[in-house]
Design a protein around this ligand. Structure first.
Ligand code: SAM
Length: 247
């Protein structure tokens, strides 16, 4: 089994976790499922047995050709050589042993999609950031963005030995379900990221820095403690500031 580390190729070799992904994703016979990263098709096969249609993307041409041979027999499978995050297909559910190098991009991309659920594997350090609460060192812009847009459930911890090649850290199965659908857009995401470049600073400093002329107006509009530090703001407080910064 050859692999390319740069593309996040850590294949699941323990079938128990493939079954757990399937169970937790709750794929039904009517579902259209998007899989990110076909790999050698182990998860793809099981998805094809459960779903109405599986759209599976593999970015690596060599692996795509290999998987084509392995899983050609499934009539409800659309296999594509390309970047899954550029798909034009609509889908009900995402199920994926996600390439870890696209974790953050995946979460941003998901905020703009209509879907029922996304059940994926993610590395431990990234999961800790996703669910971090203020104030903690793991609480970042990505925590705010993910918690605003999704209900996030963390399930099984997967040991590194369940994958080949063996990664350095453990992973988790994480399920995202949309809440406040489409509350975010690219500009708001940009502003939340910008806000976190002021980590350690007071809200007052951020606003003064950005809106020197309108400061008194903004102060009146923002119903929050301007002496709070950025890393202590709740996701909704970050959202309010991000919205005001758009104006
Ligand atoms: N599904 C297989 C499994 O469970 O063993 C493979 C999982 S492996 C962690 C991730 C796969 O995603 C790799 O085969 C990699 O080449 C592919 N990949 C990486 N980035 C991708 C992208 N943007 N779109 C589609 N596939 C991608």
């Amino acid at each position: 089994m050859s692999y390319n580390k740069r593309l996040g190729q850590n294949f699941i070799v323990n079938p128990f976790y493939i079954e757990r992904l399937l169970l937790l994703s709750d794929v039904k016979p009517n579902d259209i499922v998007l899989e990110i990263g076909t790999g050698y098709g182990e998860l793809t096969k099981r998805l094809c047995e459960k779903a109405n249609t599986v759209i599976s993307y593999e970015i690596d041409k060599k692996l795509f050709k290999e998987s084509q041979k392995i899983i050609a027999k499934y009539r409800n499978l659309i296999l594509i050589n390309g970047d899954a995050l550029k798909t034009n297909y609509t889908f009900d559910k995402v199920v994926s042993n996600l390439p870890y190098c696209i974790s953050k991009r995946f979460v941003y991309w998901l905020t703009s999609k209509s879907f029922f659920s996304a059940t994926v594997t993610l590395q431990k350090d990234f999961v800790e950031k996703l669910i971090a609460q203020p104030p903690s060192k793991n609480y970042k812009a990505i925590s705010v963005i993910a918690q605003l847009a999704f209900k996030i459930n963390v399930y099984d911890k997967i040991p590194p030995t369940a994958f080949y090649p063996i990664p350095k850290v453990s992973s988790y199965i994480v399920k995202f379900e949309p809440k406040n659908q489409h509350i975010l857009n690219d500009d708001l995401i940009k502003n939340i990221n910008f806000l976190f470049t002021f980590r350690g600073k007071k809200v007052r400093t951020v606003i003064k820095h950005l809106n020197k002329n309108n400061f008194t107006n903004l102060e009146r509009n923002l119903n929050l403690n301007l002496d709070a530090r950025v890393e202590n703001l709740t996701p909704h407080e970050c959202f309010s500031i991000a919205k005001i910064l758009l104006k």
